[in-house]
Design a protein around this ligand. Sequence first.
Ligand code: TZP
Ligand code: MG
Length: 210
Amino acid sequence: MKQILPLYFIMGSQDCKLDPAFTLTEAIKGGITCFQFREKGPGSLQGTEKVALGRKLQRICRESNIPFIVNDDIELANTLQADGIHVGQDDMPIEEVVHKFVGNIIGLSVHTVEEAKQAATHNIDYIGVGPIFPTGTKKDAKKPVGASHIHTIRDAGISTPIVGIGGITKQNAHHVIQAGAEGISLISAISMSDYPQLAAKQLKAILTLA
Ligand code: TZP
Ligand code: MG
């Protein structure tokens, strides 16, 4: 997990300023360590178009040995034989995901210490803690918890690998790492950039310095 989580890029076509395949290719050149396909919300593709984009982005990840993780959609994750699935608290119960997903990596979004404790009992591979900072990308996001919340989770004795999520930019990424996270996961800081490769490179540089 330590190699996979540092710079975890998430996106779907609805998040991209430029072409999604181009954005992902550039982000990979810039040094992302993991990719999550999250085709969701207003403007997102559905049905066969969603599957086709998933396949295309998965192929790009495979060429560079970047783990390909699917958000929410366990059927799609199994069809594509994705490397991982990521679910939230309101998705399918985690026991069911553990039972049904045939791939490797299972990630879960958590907001509270209690949810993080629950994740640990289910042997989840990593948890996404957030939103850390205010985000404009997820319209129904909960109240930001701040980077110190990662500290609080660690202090509660939880050693599950953590990625921070929500509003992470090159200006604040170091706080997330310094608070004890194994990585940063982000959408708009790369997907809305005119230069996704450069954006990823700059974030990667911050991780090395933090
Ligand atoms: N979950 C909590 S915040 C968030 C998700 C999916 C959105 C993160 O997007 P951004 O653009 O990195 O703030
Ligand atoms: Mg979800």
